[in-house]
Design a protein around this ligand. Structure first.
Ligand SMILES: C[S@@+](CC[C@H](N)C(=O)[O-])C[C@H]1O[C@@H](n2cnc3c(N)ncnc32)[C@H](O)[C@@H]1O
Length: 271
């Protein structure tokens, strides 16, 4: 297992990933469609977790296509299989292992992945092995966070609990050894993996007011990381139970507009 994996492997975390996936679904669907992921394709989803990208891809490729999801975390895949079954999707299966596992097969029409290379010690090397599984002329599509610590503010006005929480999250990921600039590093990783310069997309989720969904998303990321935040000395004990409501109340009181870090997408065709 990769030492840089900062998150827990628990039912709570799998549920959080599924809620996060709802928040991110539009971003990822737009990227997969822009990359021309289409009906009938055989797709490899790398780092499936509880299955959201694989389930989305399974919808896009339809019953005549197939999705194989892979993850090192067998418990997460158990959740993913249950979700596929509940949705009646017969065109998706999950394999426990990593990019080296023989059971994955090869000759895929596309390989996709979201929020996974950022946890690899050597993302370019991992990507190269994934590209090996894709046929010539096949698609490679990844979406990763760009958590640039140099960006001082993701809120207007700048003083806000949203900003403070965001900085804590980024610093925790950084100290945990996560590739915090993975979003932009996708460009170099694609080149190092023998791919042409990828087409790139940069999207953030932005909003304000009492109904914005981002407060809960950020608070849940902070909550998932909280033990590490304290252990790595980024902050003292956090009151994570009330965090979402405090971020919301603070943003509403300041009439702030807030935005997430960039979710950077990259896609290319294997030459
Ligand atoms: C933050 S989760 C993202 C899950 C999913 N892609 C999504 O967006 O909802 C990252 C996942 O990558 C998996 N992972 C990390 N390194 C891996 C590797 N070498 N092979 C397969 N899975 C890996 C982790 O176990 C975890 O489930």
């Amino acid at each position: 297992m990769d030492p840089a994996y900062a998150l827990a492997r628990t039912r709570d975390e799998y549920d959080r990933l599924a809620r996060q996936a709802l928040f991110l679904r539009g971003l990822t669907e737009r990227l997969l469609r822009a990359a021309s992921l289409a009906r009938g394709m055989r797709v490899l989803d790398f780092g499936s977790g509880s299955g959201d990208v694989a389930l989305l891809a399974a919808e896009l490729v339809g019953p005549e296509g197939e999705v194989v999801g892979v993850d090192v975390d067998g418990d997460a895949l158990h959740v993913a299989r249950g979700r596929a079954e509940a949705l009646g999707l017969g065109n998706v299966r999950f394999v426990e292992g990593d990019e080296r596992s023989a059971e994955l097969g090869e000759g895929f029409d596309a390989a996709v992945g979201r929020l996974v290379l950022m946890y690899r010690a050597d993302p370019a090397d991992t990507l190269r092995r994934i590209v090996d599984r894709v046929r010539l002329g096949g698609l490679i599509v990844f979406q990763e966070l760009d958590l640039d610590p140099a960006v001082a503010s993701r809120s207007l006005p700048e003083t806000s609990l949203w900003n403070e929480t965001g900085r804590t999250v980024i610093e925790t990921f950084r100290r945990a050894g996560t590739q915090v600039r993975m979003g932009r590093q996708l460009f170099g990783a694609f080149l190092a993996a023998g791919l042409p310069p990828p087409i790139m997309r940069d999207e953030a989720v932005t909003g304000g007011g009492p109904a914005f969904g981002g407060y809960t998303w950020l608070a849940e990321v902070a909550r998932a990381l909280a033990p590490l935040t304290v252990k790595l000395g980024v902050a003292e004990a956090l009151d994570v139970d009330t965090l979402a409501e405090r971020i919301r109340a603070d943003a509403v009181a300041r009439e702030a507009v807030v935005w997430t870090p960039s979710f950077v997408g990259a896609f290319a065709v294997k030459p």
